[in-house]
Structures are given as structure tokens and as C-alpha cells.
Design a protein around this ligand. Structure first.
Ligand code: PLP
Length: 476
């Protein structure tokens, strides 16, 4: 019998590195090994504890309330504000939408007004909770259009949304105007600060220009901020804050309609591992307010350095000047963004391709971490080499036959044989006799193929792909 921990370490070698500041999506690295040690020990100490019952595990309730208190100070929350630790940004958003819906039982066909740049989690919430997403196009600077947002609010609107900042473009929406429009109609306004909420207040304290977006803005009723992003906490926590306890009440769920314990939950989860809560609490205690200010200074310095090196590359540009720690790159006709992404990945820099959307071409997303600062010179070198290599390689072309194949498919009724047919036609992903997929190491061709597909077809293809990936590994 092999040692499972040895096997674990072996398996993990296939993954992106979570330390080293070179993985510029999915993970956030403080660059401080002590932060990781504190997180690891706290997660391990509480891995089996259950926040389901605060009377059984009062230490977890204490940690949760202290975390929310820290965030209240950070986000200018008034006295009376309350909050909950959730499992991540998506759960915080789901709960904000569910709470808004359930606060208005008089509305039979609830709607929420979203900028087109709002995170996909709002579309998931629309799907789960039967709330119609009314999507408002953003302005030319990729920020929400406050006037169009106000015009889209009607008697059935239960929620208006703004981002601080948006994921795809890294800019902060005009929260003051949007929240005022929502308040004027008596509608809740949620600010999705999942990715930027732990950095922007420090950026403002460092003298950076940050538009108002916190509870200091009248009309903001709730804010989501992910501790597992820029609080550099271990994965599995976000905070959902409400301006007052009445706004939070519909989020709670109790059921005594069975013979077991009365179920009493503040989140979609019932059993909640104590690991992420304790890990987050320990990291926030360890780093503290002064530490976060220093980390914000580092990450913003890294962003400035990246912007400077992007500006030195004629074939590269910023889609928009970053408002915080997210950088979005566009390429000119001489440089294929998907090939550039592969070149950077092959040099140890993971960046995330973003597909064409509503008339805007593909872009490259970078979530920069404080831990990136020590390596920005290496990134500049990798970027220069990658641009040259991608230009030399030229753009990836999607075969006309494959384009025609995709166009002929119906995304609402994609079958397994359609999917297999596309794999065969494209020759990009090979499947074994058992149906197991062998992924290519370079993704440019796959991304280029997805880029020519409609959003509905991308969803259908990727769902079919996930269905193939999630298959049991049986040993007998
Ligand atoms: C603005 C924004 N909202 C929500 C989310 C969803 O967060 P999670 O992946 O933790 O569910 C993200 C994730 O990147 C985000 O950037």
C-alpha cells in the first residue's frame, strides 16, 4: 500500500503552483511563507469541526463574528451592520439574490438589473432562484452605465448590482449613482466586491484614486468580499455583509418539518467545515490591518510595473487602465492572444484567456498578487520572449470544416455523439476507447475553436466536456 500523502504530493505536481506569484488567476499569493504556515495549521486544527451549530462550536461563531467585524471596519459599515461567512464569492452572490427575492414576496416575477460585466455567479443565481437577469450594456470604459441602469429598474426589480471591480475588466462601476437610483425606487443594491473588496480600501488609504463604493455610499444594502482572494486566506471563505439585520433576515433558513434536529442555516451549506473559517480568521489575525496595507502597496506596485512593461510592447495594450489589481490585455493583429497565453504558460506564468464577447475581441486576464512583485522583472522577460514567439508562430486558424461543424450544432440539444464528432473533426482532444479525454498541453487551438462558437454553444460544449472529465476512477 503506497503512502497516500506521497501519492497526494505526486498528484499535486500536475497542478498550477499556488505559491511563487506566477499564477495570475484562481490563486492569490501573499508571498509570505509564514501566512501559508499559519493558514495550514489553522485549517488542519479545525478540519473536522462543524459550524452548523454555533452552540456546539462557539469558537467558530466567535471567529466568524470577529471576521465580520474586521470587514465592517474595512467597508465603512454603519452600526447595526451584520454579516455571514460563506464558502466563496458565488455563494455570497447566490445568497444576496435569494435574500433580495425573498424580501419581496409581493413580486411574482422578480428581476435584477445587472451590468453586462457582472460576474457569471449572478446568472447562476438567476437560474437557481427564478430571478430574471435584466442585463444592461456597459459604457465604452467598461463601467456600468448608471443612467441605463436606472432606466431598467421597474416595479418588479428586487435587486440592482454593481461591481467593485468587475472581473473581466478590473474597473469599478459608478456605485454612487447606481445605489442612488436603486434607493430612489426602494430597491436593494448589492456591490460585488468579491475580488477587490479587501484591496480597494487600502488602495484609497495609500492615496490611489478609488471611486466610492463601500457602505459609505448611501443606498448600498449589501456587499460581498472574498477572503479567499485578496485577504490571502485559504480557499473556502467569502463574507456577505448587510447594512442591517433586517436585510439579512430572509437569508436565514430554519426547518423543524422533520423528526431530526431543527435545521438552522445562514448559508446554502448546512454542515460547514471549521477549517476554512479558522484558516481565514488566523490569516486575518496574522496579517492584520497594517499587514494588509503593506500587501496592498506591494500588489499595486506590481500592477504598475506590469502596466509599464505592457506599454513597452507595441503589439500589446491595456483594455482599460486598471482600477485595482486586475490587468486586462489586448493584442494587435500581429499577435494571437491565445498563442501568447500558451507561450506565457510554457514559461511558468499562468494567465487566463478571455473569449470574444459582444463585439469585443479576446483578451488576457491577470489577477496580480502581492507575491508577484518580487518576480515582475522575470515577468517582463517572459512577456517579451512570449510576444516574439507568438508573433513568429502566427495566429491559430480554426479549420473551416470545424467552424461549419460547430455552426450546424444546436446548443440546446447537444448530444454525446455531436461532442464526439467535434472531437474527431477538430483532432484537438483525443479520447481513449473508454472515452477518457487526453488534454492537449497547448490550449490555443481549443480556445480559438471556442472563440468562434456562440456563448450558448461554448456553454454546451464545456458542459459536455465536464461531463466527460467527471467520471469515476474504479480500481476493481
Ligand atoms: C467579481 C467577482 N465576483 C464573484 C466571483 C466568484 O467568486 P468564487 O469563485 O469565489 O465563487 C469572482 C471570482 O473571481 C469575482 O471576481
Amino acid at each position: 500500500m503506497s503512502d497516500p500523502l506521497e501519492r497526494l504530493r505526486d498528484l499535486q505536481r500536475a497542478d498550477l503552483p499556488v505559491h511563487g506569484g506566477r499564477t495570475l488567476a484562481y490563486v492569490y499569493d501573499s508571498g509570505d511563507a509564514e501566512v501559508d504556515r499559519v493558514a495550514r495549521e489553522a485549517v488542519a486544527a479545525y478540519a473536522a469541526s462543524n459550524a452548523l451549530d454555533p452552540t456546539a462550536f462557539p469558537s467558530l461563531l466567535q471567529m466568524e463574528n470577529e471576521l465580520v467585524g474586521f470587514a465592517c471596519d474595512l467597508l465603512d459599515a454603519p452600526d447595526g451592520a451584520v454579516g455571514t461567512v460563506t464558502s466563496g464569492g458565488t455563494e455570497s452572490i447566490l445568497l444576496a439574490v435569494q435574500g433580495a427575492r425573498d424580501s419581496r414576496p409581493d413580486v411574482l416575477r422578480p428581476r435584477m438589473v445587472l451590468p453586462a460585466t457582472a460576474h457569471a455567479a449572478f446568472h447562476k443565481a438567476a437560474h437557481y432562484f427564478g430571478v430574471e437577469a435584466v442585463v444592461v450594456p456597459v459604457g465604452p470604459d467598461f463601467r456600468a452605465d448608471a443612467t441605463a441602469t436606472a432606466d431598467a429598474i421597474d416595479d418588479d426589480t428586487v435587486l440592482v448590482v454593481a461591481s467593485a471591480p468587475s472581473y473581466a475588466h478590473g474597473v469599478v462601476d459608478p456605485v454612487t449613482d447606481i445605489a442612488a437610483a436603486a434607493a430612489a425606487r426602494g430597491v436593494r443594491c448589492h456591490v460585488d466586491a468579491c475580488i477587490g473588496g479587501w484591496v480597494l480600501p487600502y488602495a484609497a488609504r495609500l492615496g490611489r484614486a478609488v471611486p466610492a463604493w463601500t457602505f459609505a455610499v448611501e443606498g448600498v444594502t449589501s456587499i460581498s468580499v472574498d477572503t479567499h482572494k485578496y485577504a490571502y486566506a485559504p480557499k473556502g471563505t467569502s463574507l456577505l455583509l448587510h447594512r442591517d439585520a433586517g436585510l439579512r433576515r430572509p437569508q436565514f433558513f430554519a426547518s423543524a418539518a422533520w423528526p431530526g434536529y431543527t435545521m438552522l442555516n445562514a448559508t446554502t451549506q448546512s454542515t460547514r467545515s471549521g477549517g476554512p473559517i479558522a484558516g481565514t480568521w488566523a490569516v486575518v489575525q496574522h496579517i492584520g490591518d497594517g499587514g494588509y496595507l503593506a500587501l496592498a502597496e506591494q500588489v499595486l506596485a506590481a500592477v504598475d510595473a506590469i502596466v509599464t512593461c505592457v506599454e513597452r510592447e507595441p503589439a500589446l495594450g491595456l483594455v482599460v487602465t486598471p482600477d485595482s489589481t486586475l490587468v486586462t490585455l489586448a493584442t494587435d493583429d500581429t499577435l494571437d492572444p491565445f498563442t501568447l497565453t500558451d507561450e506565457l504558460v510554457s514559461r511558468g506564468w499562468y494567465v487566463q484567456p478571455q473569449l470574444s464577447f459582444e463585439g469585443s475581441g479576446p483578451t488576457i486576464h491577470l489577477s496580480v498578487s502581492a507575491g508577484t512583485l518580487a518576480h515582475v522583472d522575470e515577468l517582463a522577460t517572459a512577456l517579451g520572449e512570449s510576444v516574439a514567439a507568438a508573433q513568429a508562430a502566427g495566429p491559430v486558424e480554426v479549420d473551416h470544416g470545424v467552424v461549419a461543424f460547430i455552426e450546424a450544432l444546436d446548443p440546446t440539444a447537444l448530444t454525446d455523439s455531436d461532442f464526439d464528432g467535434l472531437l474527431a473533426a477538430s483532432g484537438l482532444v483525443s479520447a481513449s476507447a473508454e472515452g477518457d479525454l487526453e488534454l492537449p498541453t497547448r490550449m490555443a487551438e481549443v480556445n480559438a475553436m471556442l472563440d468562434v462558437a456562440s456563448p450558448a454553444m461554448r456553454e454546451a460544449l464545456l458542459v459536455a466536456f465536464l461531463d466527460r472529465l467527471q467520471r469515476p476512477v474504479r480500481t476493481s
